[in-house]
Ligand binder design. Structure first.
Ligand code: GLU
Length: 888
């Protein structure tokens, strides 16, 4: 470190002694003394900063004072400067002389640096201008007008030349059918603007764009106040980037909306430093302390400082890098010679990215400033505050409402003011009170929205008058006419201050108005008739199993019965002695005959059992497996049957939006021009696009209000796309209706107010407070569940435990019982008839007589003993028969 210092020191001494500082001259043409001071001071600072062992040049300046309109003098002075051998020319700051001087500099290849607002669209090769081009600046005013949603406005301008900085606004008349009037700020014989301002006031217009020089802006605003235009009804956009340098505190409590722009941030440390230094030079005796509140650095002064620094640093870098060598020579206006380094310097300046007092400096190929940022300023009770940014490249206004400092007095903004609150008669947000007494004013209305406004008015201390939007339109932007309608239009056009109803916060509406934080969250859903329960069928008892299971069960029954029959026959243990007393029986019998097997399996299936007892391991195994099978089947059947009998099966025509969009039977729609319809219109999801196509093709399915939609759902086969909170409200009262499917999106309702409204923060904060304290939930319960028929459907749905089974549910079981019994009766009759027929055939008796006799015996219920009449040889026959039957 020490070594480096010593080497540098000796090198400096050596170079200093061996080489005197070379003088580089630059020239300046100034009409403003402060700009001249800033220029000279910056040059001095730069010399002090840069002259050293490696930069042996002292840049000196030759300045002339020229008036803005004296082109000839500017020309003569330029020629004089050229004769001095200057390497760069600054100024003049006038668009009158600028073209002449530019063309001379171009011809002589002398870098020409300008800082004034120059509307010319072409630029000479050897020039740069640090001032943002007026046509680019015009964009910010256009963007502001759009953001504020102005449809009518008056442009008050001071000079024709300055109209270029608001030129785009003039096109609004044609391109956007806006009503833009242009009025010149004429001075009367006393030099005042009163008459112009009074005439402007008489038009009834409240939106103004004021384009004038900073020197007259103060008087214009003062006189606007004198003619009564500085009230909260008026909104001014000041098209001058120096607005913040004048004192506008007199209007700060008047509620006037004043919006301006700035490129120089007076609070930046660099700006403060330069301002103090310049102030010292202007008024040397002033005692500056830390709370210095003196002059404010104007844009052109800041640009002068930036331009000298940019030029100096470029020359320094080029010389240090050996890219140019500055052999200057005197040049004359009447000769054709030129300097060969000018274009190199100017091209390097254009390519440089430089951090100046006016933000980052970048130039395009033609030397126009590009990519600059502006602060959007607004007058509030705290003074002028930054509310957003604007970027010349993206042309986006980024507002920072929520980052704004808190107002000094919380209640100052709204306190004691009276506002018009616009709403629509939509239940339960705003409704007419149901009463026989005549009510007037706000008393006529009640509802959730009305209660919210009432609570806010008590918290913030404002008064309000409720007005009703006659056509019931909330606010939709017509993309062809570029016009808003409904409540939003009323707010934009100042006929209402706040709008409250089920007003959905959408990005489109955010372009026209501002919203508070949402006071309710919701999403789009489908309202449709409740699903119909399936009517119970006679054979409902069969429902627990599907047909295939029943069929498989039947097959299994027969197969297992046959298997047990075979196993029984195969298994020796199943062959038993019919007469255990006979030790050596002549034959063995087997209980598993095919009839018994069928009976045995059915007994197990019905959980009843039979008297048959498997003896061998194999039959027991088979039986055990069958019993296990029947156990599971019967348990499953029983469980499922309980569910089938007690739970109502509902038939739904569709379960979600996809199914709704696929079918054609059920008509569907939404509220015309509402946020729901617009959601489908703007969505990229194919299902929603399909829904929107349907809506567009069937305007008859769209409705004008939620009430109309609900009535349509009740009467027709119609599904209404509605917001979940409203569905909740309707299903509390219309028990045949229900919500189908899930929410399609997630959004909220907010209170609308004018764009950039100063009340937004306070209102939002209080809305949040109401939410946090649970007051909004209380209000929701009151208006949804309690008032105006709320809770009607809740009792029905809540009491639904087990319902007794109806005959319809179990009718089939009775039928089976009945049919089974009849079949048993018929079977027993046939059995008896067959037996009688066989006997008659054997004994050659009359079948009819025997049958009647047997039937008589059957109906003779008192007789419980049946006598048998045997013939002599009958005994043998019957014994033989018995044996045979046992064997079989
Ligand atoms: N809340 C909607 C709106 O703000 C109206 C109802 C709807 O579109 O479902 O436009």
């Amino acid at each position: 470190m020490l070594f480096k210092f010593i080497v540098t020191f000796f090198l400096f001494i050596f170079l200093k002694s061996s080489n005197e500082l070379q003088e580089l001259k630059i020239g300046g043409l100034f009409s403003d003394p402060i700009e001249k001071i800033a220029y000279q001071r910056t040059l001095k600072l730069m010399n002090e900063e840069y002259i050293g062992p490696f930069f042996q040049y002292n840049v000196t300046s030759h300045c002339f004072n020229v008036s803005d309109t004296n082109t000839f003098k500017a020309y003569i002075d330029t020629c004089n400067l050229l004769e001095k051998g200057i390497i760069g020319l600054f100024g003049p700051s006038s668009s009158y002389s600028s073209s002449y001087i530019q063309s001379i500099c171009d011809r002589k290849e002398i870098p020409h640096v300008e800082i004034h607002s120059d509307p010319k669209l072409d630029r000479r090769y050897c020039s740069v201008n640090l001032h943002p081009h007026p046509t680019v600046l015009a964009n910010v005013y256009l963007d502001l007008v759009k953001a504020f949603g102005w449809h009518k406005m008056i442009i008050l301008y001071e000079k024709y030349e300055s109209l270029s900085s608001i030129s785009n606004l003039l096109e609004l008349n044609v391109s956007h059918q806006k009503n833009v009037l242009i009025r010149k700020l004429e001075t009367d014989i006393n030099g005042s603007y009163h008459i112009s301002l009074m005439n402007a006031k008489k038009t009834g217009e409240t939106n103004f764009i004021i384009e004038c020089s900073i020197n007259v802006l103060d008087s214009v605003l003062k006189q606007a106040q004198q003619v009564g235009m500085m009230t909260d009804n008026y909104h001014f956009i000041i098209a001058n980037l120096d607005m913040h340098t004048i004192d506008i505190s007199p209007y700060q409590y008047a509620g006037t909306n004043i919006t301006g722009l700035r490129i120089v941030n007076p609070n930046s440390p660099d700006v403060i430093r330069h301002t103090k230094e310049i102030q010292k030079l202007i008024i040397p005796s002033t005692n500056f302390n830390e709370n210095f509140q003196g002059i404010k650095l104007r844009l052109r002064t800041a640009l002068t400082i930036d331009s000298v620094r940019l030029f100096y640093e470029t020359v320094h870098d080029l010389l240090s890098a050996g890219i140019i060598n500055l052999n200057t020579q005197p040049m004359y206006c009447n000769t054709t010679d030129s300097w060969h380094n000018g274009y190199t310097i100017i091209n390097y300046m254009k390519r440089r990215v430089f951090d100046g007092l006016t933000g980052e400096l970048r130039f395009d190929y033609e030397g126009f400033r590009r990519d600059f940022k502006l602060d959007i300023m607004e007058l509030s009770v705290e003074g002028l505050i930054k509310i957003g940014d604007w970027n010349s490249t993206s042309r986006q206004i980024v507002t920072k409402h929520l980052n704004r400092a808190e107002p000094l007095l919380t209640e100052r903004n709204l306190f004691n003011k009276t506002f018009f609150i616009i709403t629509c008669l939509t239940a339960p947000y705003a409704m007419l009170k149901e009463t026989t007494t005549q009510l007037i004013g706000n008393d006529r209305f009640e509802g959730f929205g009305i209660d919210v406004i009432d609570k806010l008015s008590k918290l913030l201390g404002f008064n309000y008058t409720i007005i009703i939007q006659p056509d019931g339109q909330y606010g939709n932007f017509n993309r062809t006419s570029n016009e808003w309608n409904g409540m939003i239009k009323e707010i934009i056009e100042d006929r209402a201050d706040f709008g409250i109803v089920d007003l959905t916060i959408t990005s489109e509406r955010e372009n026209g108005v501002d919203f508070t934080m949402p006071f309710m969250n919701l999403g789009i859903c489908i309202l449709y008739r409740k699903p119909e329960p399936v009517p119970p069928s006679l054979f409902m008892f069969a429902s627990p199993f599907s047909l295939s299971v029943w069929l498989m069960l039947g097959v299994a029954y027969f197969l297992v019965s046959f298997a047990i029959f075979v196993i029984g026959r195969l298994s020796p243990s199943e062959w038993v002695n019919p007469y255990p007393c006979v030790e050596e029986p002549e034959f063995l019998i087997n209980q598993f005959s095919i009839r018994n097997c069928l009976w045995f399996t059915v007994g197990a299936l019905m959980q009843q059992g039979s008297e048959l007892e498997p003896k061998s391991i194999s039959t027991r195994t088979a039986s055990g497996v069958w019993w296990f099978f029947t156990l599971i089947m019967v348990s499953s059947y029983t469980a499922n049957l309980a569910a089938f009998l007690t739970v109502e099966t509902l038939v739904t025509s569709f379960k979600n939006i996809e199914e709704l969009s696929r079918q054609t039977e059920i008509k569907y729609g939404a509220k015309r021009d509402g946020a729901t319809a617009n959601f489908f219109r703007d969505s990229n999801i194919s299902t929603y696009q399909k829904i929107w196509r349907h809506m567009a093709l069937h305007p008859e399915d769209m409705v004008n209000s939620n009430d109309e939609g609900v009535a349509k759902v009740e009467k027709e086969n119609y599904a209404y796309l509605m917001e979940s909170t409203s569905i909740e409200y309707e299903t509390e009262r219309h028990c045949s209706l229900a919500q189908v499917g899930n929410l399609l999106d997630d959004k909220g309702y907010g209170i609308a107010m004018k764009k950039f409204s100063e009340y937004r923060n306070e209102m939002s904060r209080e809305v949040l407070k109401l939410q946090e304290t649970g007051e909004l939930s209380q209000l929701k319960i009151k208006w949804w569940k309690e008032k105006r028929g709320g809770g009607k459907c809740a009792s029905k749905s809540e009491g639904g435990d087990a319902t007794p089974l109806d005959l319809k549910n179990v009718g089939g079981v009775f039928l089976v019982l009945f049919v089974g019994s009849i079949m048993g009766l018929i079977g027993s009759f046939l059995e008896m008839a067959y037996q009688v027929w066989q006997e008659c055939k054997e004994k050659k008796r009359c079948f009819k007589e025997d049958l009647i006799r047997n039937l008589k015996f059957v109906v003779h219920f008192k007789q419980n003993i049946k006598e048998l009449s045997y013939d002599d040889d009958d005994n043998e026959v019957s014994e033989a028969n018995l044996l045979e039957s046992i064997k079989s």
